[in-house]
Design a protein around this ligand. Structure first.
Ligand code: BGC
Length: 754
């Protein structure tokens, strides 16, 4: 049996794999491919393995290299050409020094990739990605990534571990802040916009950087929303919900993909041959390379999948994971695994080719220091254009959830305002999580933003949100008991005409490792809100949070609610402009807001059960103690003005170009922007389809009284779906088409595709 396996492995290595890897005829290979081949021929096995090894940049190498422990080892490895990339090193001086070691002292001088988590800006911080996604503004989102790339490349970084494109339907999962929400269509469009923004048109320019889509795959489907947890999903969800944003990014030439910490249907993603070789590298023809997640290799030992680190290296390399981030598995074991025949030379060559190719494409062989220009570092960080871009993005990300009796916008002459809540005076939390390169406390606070409009307000904190300082690595300690500041806040509210309450989560309450079992306003904030409400009902609730929250009480009682997420550097200015009506909010929720934790996971594109109800008796699909509907549906968001939809028409005479048109009129008192959303339902299909699927949207501005005719075109791309084997199929028959202002408020008609 052992021999049989060995024969199979040999067959795979020398016959099957080369068929995939070397399928391109030599004459068609590009210049870069030729350069890669020439270099590959010069490399020893050890040097090849070195390219597959990534270390954390453990030091700010401005002085002599550290001598202790791993640091010393890493330094020696740099000199020996045993490192292909480092992460978390920034600053042109540091980057240059490390690059110099490799270029000048290693035998072949192959330059390093410098990876970094540039997630929503580098120094100039943009809104957290979930917030940006609420803008549904692909141009602005692309611009945000462009600015992030300009600043990151100015400090020596040439590779970002972004965008995260994990679809998630569970707000308990802390990393929803990092993604584009619950919908694969919107998620795919945003993934492409972000990749384009980072990579630009010319990757070899000195202000574009390689992007990474992560985490392949299923990481956002962690059971019970608990980070790193098991993922078990069927093929329908995998192909139609989880894969699309990855595929869209691959189709748009994303240079790298990161695998994930989770086990997907029994196999850890890092050693998952199906995901990495079969889907990415074969089916999708992905030409870049795959990097593991941080230590996701050695975590396979805890998963009970690998015996030891050597086993980790064997399993991950054979499954197609090209670069090992901080597991030390490849650098320690790959050479001997090749020598013993457990990993083939073809596997190594395939990985190294991919990595070298990206380095050539970035232009690192022409100039390894192309990202090390001190002038750029000085001039481009916090450039006024970047500040303007993030202010624009921040305003576009805000979602108006409620506005009874047009309490908002406030008059610019409004007197007697009370501002309440610790977050109103916070310059750190609104930056959000995942901002490793940024300066702490660099956000414009709400108080600072308001001061540009008025000094006619009294500020009272009410209560601390957190106890003590909070950082990226600490568990956030919430104030659950101290209400000693309530009295001042209540007094301020009693003596005011309008109260602005800034409440929500701390910026470090969402993000990696930050799953929550509750989705309420943390600590004593709900109590504070209710106490203030007793003395003044004229409350504008400004929410700051990194995920959907449960807001039933607020929705029932508070007249005006603004969802502002965490908006980055320009937070307070953006919020003030919206509060005083200089910007009319246009954001739409990219994730459903539940009414109750028990509804999770909750999402708009669910399948109908056989008992959809509602029915007077009990035997239908529902809760006996809560409604099925969310509090705020996907795509929801109000404006200071009002939009009316009418005249939905379909022309299905050409079945490959179904034309849908609708009229939208601005019926309110303000100029405003709207996002019209188009959903379809495939009524009868060979694999059941969701009750609604977003398949188009348009964002546009309307003057007072203006009407716009919108046209949408549905082709097979929008009407088809993936079957259980991952085959894209398009079926004729009846479809519903729905257009409107959110996923519930829709005009509906039907057509038959022939
Ligand atoms: C995260 C990745 C990130 C990596 C490097 C991991 O913990 O899951 O998304 O890119 O760290 O910082």
């Amino acid at each position: 049996m052992k021999n049989f396996n060995a024969v199979l492995r040999l067959l795979f290595t020398f016959i099957v794999l080369p068929l995939f890897t070397f399928a391109q005829p030599a004459s068609k290979k590009s210049e870069i491919d030729k350069k890669v081949e020439t270099l590959l021929k010069k490399m020893t096995l050890e040097e090849k393995v070195g390219q597959m090894n990534q270390y954390n940049g453990f030091w700010e190498i401005t002085g002599p290299a550290p001598k202790e422990g791993n640091a010393k080892l890493k330094y020696e490895h740099l000199k020996q050409g045993l490192v292909g990339s480092v992460l978390n090193v920034k600053g042109v001086e540091n980057v240059r020094k490390i690059q110099e070691i490799v270029v000048n002292e290693s035998r072949l001088g192959i330059p390093l990739l410098f990876g970094f988590d540039v997630i929503h800006g580098h120094k100039t911080l943009f809104p957290i990605p979930l917030a940006e996604s609420a803008s549904w503004d692909l141009q602005a989102i692309e611009k945000s990534a462009r600015v992030a790339a300009i600043e990151a490349s100015a400090v020596g970084i040439n590779w970002t571990f972004a965008p995260m494109v994990d679809i998630s339907r569970d707000a308990r999962w802390g990393r929803v802040m990092e993604g584009a929400g619950e919908d694969p269509y919107l998620g795919s469009k945003i993934a492409v916009a972000r990749v384009k923004g980072f990579q630009g048109d010319d990757l070899s320019a000195n202000n574009t950087i390689a992007a990474t889509v992560k985490h392949m795959a299923g990481y956002g489907f962690a059971e019970a929303g608990k980070d790193y947890n098991t993922v078990d999903v069927g093929t329908s969800t995998l192909y139609n919900v989880i894969f699309p944003p990855f595929k869209a990014a691959v189709d748009n030439d994303v240079k790298t993909v990161m695998n994930s910490f989770n086990v997907l249907n029994g196999i850890p993603a890092t050693a998952n041959k199906f995901l990495q070789r079969d889907i990415l590298k074969s089916k999708w023809n992905f030409g870049g390379f795959i990097v593991s997640d941080w230590g996701s290799g050695f975590e396979m030992i805890d998963h009970g999948f690998s015996e030891n680190l050597a086993h980790v290296a064997e399993q991950s390399a054979n499954a197609g994971s090209d670069m090992d981030m901080e597991s030390y598995a490849y650098v320690t074991h790959l050479k001997s695994l090749v020598e013993s025949g457990k990993v083939s030379m073809a596997v190594i060559d395939d990985a190294v080719r991919r990595i070298l190719k990206v380095k050539f494409e970035l232009g690192l062989f022409d100039d390894p220091y192309r990202y090390c220009n001190p002038e750029n570092e000085k001039n481009l960080i916090y450039h006024p254009d970047h500040i303007a871009a993030t202010l624009d993005m921040a305003k576009k990300s805000i979602v108006l959830l409620k506005n009874e009796k047009q309490l908002l916008p406030l008059s610019k002459n409004q007197k007697k305002i009370a501002v309440i809540g610790a977050l109103a005076d916070d310059k750190n939390s609104p930056l959000g999580n995942w901002r490793v390169g940024s300066d702490d406390f660099s956000a414009v606070s709400v108080i600072e933003g308001l001061k540009k409009y008025t000094n006619e307000f009294t500020y009272a904190k009410g209560a601390d949100l957190v106890l003590g300082p909070v950082s990226f690595i600490d568990e956030v300690k919430i104030n659950n008991s101290d209400t000693s500041g309530f009295k001042n806040a209540i007094d301020a509210a009693r003596n005011s005409e309008v109260v602005i309450m800034v409440l929500g989560e701390h910026g470090f309450q969402s993000g990696e490792g930050r799953s929550r079992a509750n989705l309420d306003l943390p600590g004593v904030q709900q109590q504070l809100l209710e106490e203030v409400y007793k003395v003044n009902k004229n409350i504008v609730l400004v929410l700051m949070n990194g995920r959907p929250l449960i807001l039933n009480w607020a929705d029932k009682h508070i007249p005006a609610i603004l969802e502002t997420w965490q908006l980055g550097t320009q937070s307070g200015n953006a919020i003030a402009e919206v509060l005083f009506g200089d910007y009319n909010p246009s954001g739409k929720l990219p994730m459903t807001f539940p009414r109750h934790l028990g509804q999770l996971p909750i999402y708009y594109n669910y399948f109908s059960t056989g008992r959809p109800g509602p029915k007077p008796e009990v035997f239908w699909s529902h809760y006996t103690d809560e409604v099925n509907q969310p509090l705020y549906p996907f795509g929801y968001g109000l404006s200071y003005t009002e939009f009316n939809y009418s005249n939905l028409k379909v022309d299905a005479s050409n079945s490959s170009q179904i034309k849908v048109s609708v009229s939208v009129k601005n019926n309110g008192k303000y100029v405003g922007e709207e996002v019209a959303q188009l959903y379809i339902r495939d009524k009868i299909s060979s694999t059941v389809r969701p009750v609604k699927e977003l398949k188009g949207f348009q964002k546009f501005s309307l003057n007072l009284g203006q009407t716009k005719e919108l046209q949408f075109v549905l082709t097979d791309t929008e009407l088809g779906f993936y079957d259980g084997e991952g085959k894209f199929i398009v079926e004729n028959g009846e479809f519903e088409v729905m257009v409107g202002t959110n996923s519930e408020d829709l005009l509906k008609t039907t057509f038959t595709k022939k």
